[in-house]
Design a protein around this ligand. Structure first.
Ligand code: PLP
Length: 380
């Protein structure tokens, strides 16, 4: 099986697996325990916190370990809900992951205003700027890179604009981390990510929050994480997460992103030559090198493509993993204003660092073959 669904969950990187195995053997103690085994585990935990803080550009004590991005998002909105005035709106981009949208809606029912995106899938910064002239929201929430289209969002400009006006800026960096440089993300008031999207394990993530004021705990029942998140830390998972990020950072530093972008473009070019009516959703905007969201010009809808490709040995997706199996139209493509037919024919392809150029070529060949079989126009 050639795996093209890294945005749903990336396979564990060998470096992360090694770190995990080493950690479970070396650190049997609970980081909160008073004996030496506990102290050793606590030391490893704090070293990992420091490593992530250095990567993001924030202080280690601004970071808490969580069970993943969904928990982090719930934590942020739970925190705001304890402190925000009852009538203040929360601005959340229309293309956030369902984990963010649902958590925001639960804590701010009736007060969530969705920030629109343009046809390229980029958040409308003018919408935010114009409204900021007269309104102060609880926070502005915009992800770093979209999980369905890979489209990069103007998070650093929004971070700076919000900082100037004293409006908290929240960024879901789940799909960005491990793929593009993390510099500057720590400057967002709140930023979070998840282990299993960047080659770390599932069930572990983080949340960076400002150290001014108190972060309301979302999970209570223990003093861990400075009283901000109860529960024994998943030390092996955390060490595996930071090992995965270290490994990815080496690839990014050595300039591999450019080569990966070229591989993606060759893939698209090959498809375009063979399938003239193919469209790339979000194709006009800068995107993650690993993600291609495309709509195929054939009678079949997207679940069928996914099944057909699966039978030929390729794992691709129809959108965010959480909405797969529930074939309602993608809220991301709807927010971009794409026509129904394009939305119902869209599939998401997402590779990883260990996906080779040959894997992409095989996938292109399989797609072209399928489209031919389905009777849609192709170039011989
Ligand atoms: N945010 C984004 C952008 C995602 O892609 C995902 C998972 O698909 C999540 C949040 C949720 O992450 P987790 O599985 O760690 O809860």
């Amino acid at each position: 099986m050639i795996y093209f669904d890294h945005n749903a969950s990336a396979p564990l990187l060998p470096a992360a697996r090694d770190a995990w195995l080493e950690a479970v053997e070396q650190y049997p103690g609970n980081p909160s325990s008073p004996h030496r085994a506990g102290a050793r585990a606590d030391h490893a935990l704090e070293q990992a916190r420091l490593s992530l803080a250095n990567r993001l550009g924030c202080h280690a004590d601004q970071l808490i370990w969580t069970g993943g991005a969904t928990e982090s998002a719930n934590h942020v909105f739970h925190h705001f809900a304890q402190n925000a005035p009852a009538d203040q709106p929360l601005w959340v981009s229309a293309i956030e992951h369902p984990a963010v949208l649902a958590a925001a809606e639960r804590s701010f029912s009736g007060r969530v205003e969705r920030v629109p995106v343009d046809a390229r899938g980029v958040v409308d910064s003018n919408w935010i700027d114009t409204r900021l002239q007269s309104t102060r929201p609880v926070a502005v929430v915009v992800m770093a890179a979209n999980n369905e289209t890979g489209v990069l969002q103007p998070w650093s400009a929004l971070r700076d604009r919000c900082r100037d006006l004293g409006v908290p800026f929240v960024c879901d960096a789940t799909q960005w981390l491990g793929r593009l440089p993390a510099d500057g993300l720590g400057g967002c008031d709140f930023v979070f990510g998840s282990g299993h999207k960047c080659g770390g394990p599932r069930g572990v993530g983080f949340l960076k929050a400002p150290d001014t004021g108190t972060l309301e705990p979302f999970i209570v029942g223990g003093p861990q994480e400075g009283g901000r998140r109860a529960g024994t830390e998943n030390l092996a998972g955390i060490l595996a997460l930071t090992a995965a990020l270290d490994w990815c950072a080496e690839r990014i530093k050595s300039g591999e992103v450019k080569a990966r972008e070229a591989t993606r473009e060759t893939f698209i070019q090959r498809l375009r030559e063979a399938i003239p009516d193919l469209v790339i959703n979000g194709g006009e905007a800068p995107r993650l090198w690993n993600t291609v969201n495309l709509s195929l010009p054939a009678p079949d809808c997207r679940p069928r493509w996914v099944v057909q490709l699966d039978k030929r040995g390729f794992a691709v997706s129809t959108g965010s993993a959480c909405s797969s199996g529930n074939e309602s139209p993608s809220h991301v493509l709807l927010a971009m204003g794409l026509p129904d037919e394009r939305i119902s024919h869209a599939i998401r392809i997402s590779g990883g660092w260990l996906t080779s150029a040959t894997d992409w070529t095989h996938l292109a060949n399989a797609l072209i073959e399928l489209v031919k079989h389905a009777g849609a126009p192709t170039t011989p």
